[in-house]
Design a protein around this ligand. Structure first.
Ligand SMILES: C[S@@+](CC[C@H](N)C(=O)[O-])C[C@H]1O[C@@H](n2cnc3c(N)ncnc32)[C@H](O)[C@@H]1O
Length: 360
């Protein structure tokens, strides 16, 4: 059998993540630890005890294990063991490779990426043709922190959209942020963080989180075939947003049209999980990312656009969408019907951004 990999120490979280991936790739994995009774032992079909890396017997014991199990590679999530092996591998264990890069380098890589993103947002700020004087931009650290946390939430909010949102909040009037379609909460997190930083207002997330409402009749039926669990998506949304709620975020588990009726008639919206939130009743930023069929996208904008405040924004997600033209048709129609009240519009990433005039 090929690809025998030793994982040492085998119980650390990164070790177990690697184990799962390696097993699904059909590799032969040997777990090992310096603990006489390691709780991870039961997860491995093959196992070998190794003394601590500081022990004078470590090299001999590892050489024996390499021979006994025909080991070709070693995965170690421990930075000290990795560094030691990296220095002496070629001489002491020839023919065996470290299969992972430095654990410290891989732990800090997402933070470096976040700082690079923040740097690029600051250096390449969007030249928006508007009469509004923007608020000063978020610092590099604030932007990197927003990016970093958003990366821990799965979802459909690409980096270009985050970049554009970072900018447009600087030009947003005070008012509510409404998101139609939140799913696991990725864009909701970005919206809530920016709303809080720039003191714009509170975030209302509108989503039925229901499998029936997910049917979009996309052109080839590829989207509608993907198996998803809306109930679980709501739980994940709550897990992701709960730490930031504190009366500043709430949600309505309803289709957008039914939710608009509630928003129109009652400023106080409450949920068991997030408590009560008092909304302003006028929208600063409307993010439309619900059902992408033309009928739904058109109904969303028809129901909600009337609440947008002077100087407010509409973001049509998936204006460029490979599975149909619902958002694009609805977005284009909206622009044609409201040309005189639109100060500027642009497409960035796959989203359409529209800003209403402040004074009309
Ligand atoms: C593309 S996902 C949203 C992705 C999310 N904004 C993100 O950043 O990852 C689309 C969402 O729209 C929701 N949805 C479907 N029909 C809706 C409707 N009539 N009103 C509001 N949301 C709807 C779905 O439940 C789903 O959560």
């Amino acid at each position: 059998m090929t690809n025998s990999i030793l994982i040492f120490p085998a119980g650390m979280p990164r070790a177990l993540t690697y184990l799962e991936r390696a097993q699904s790739d059909g590799m032969r994995i040997i777990g090992s630890s310096s603990l006489k009774s390691d709780t991870a032992r039961g997860k491995y079909s093959e196992w070998v005890y190794l003394p601590y890396v500081t022990s004078p017997d470590f090299n001999d014991a590892l050489s024996r294990a390499i021979e006994d199990f025909d080991i070709e590679g070693i995965f170690t999530p421990n930075p000290v063991v990795w560094d030691y092996l990296n220095r002496c591998m070629a001489v002491n264990f020839p023919g065996v490779k470290l299969v992972n890069t430095s654990p410290i380098a891989s732990e800090v890589a997402p933070y470096h990426k976040a700082m690079q993103f923040a740097e690029s947002v600051l250096v390449d700020s969007l030249p928006l043709a508007t009469a509004v004087t923007p608020q000063p931009a978020m610092s590099k650290l604030q932007t990197a922190s927003l990016f970093c946390h958003s990366e821990s939430i799965p979802g459909m909010c690409d980096h270009e959209k985050i970049r554009a949102l970072c900018e447009l909040f600087r030009y947003a009037p005070c008012g509510d942020i409404v998101e139609i379609g939140s799913w696991w909460g990725k864009s909701a997190f970005v919206l809530s963080r920016l709303a809080m930083y720039y003191g714009v207002g509170k975030l209302l997330c509108v989503d039925p989180w229901s499998n029936e409402q997910l049917i979009q009749n996309d052109e080839k039926g590829l989207v509608d075939r993907v198996p998803v669990d809306a109930e679980e998506a709501l739980t994940i949304f709550q897990l992701n947003l709960l730490p930031y709620a504190h009366g500043a975020i709430n949600f309505l588990r309803l289709p957008s049209i039914a939710a608009e009726e509630i928003y129109r008639t009652n400023p106080n919206i409450s949920s068991h999980e997030f408590g009560e939130t008092t909304f302003a009743g006028g929208i600063s930023i409307l993010h439309i990312d619900g059902n992408h069929s033309y009928r739904s996208a058109r109904a969303d904008i028809d129901a909600w656009a009337k609440h947008i405040l002077p100087g407010g924004w509409i973001v049509f997600d998936d204006y460029i969408w490979p599975y149909g033209n619902g958002p694009q048709k609805a977005g284009d129609e909206f622009m044609m019907e409201n040309l005189e009240s639109i100060e500027l519009a642009f497409v960035m990433g796959s989203a359409l951004f529209i800003k209403k005039y402040k004074n009309q």
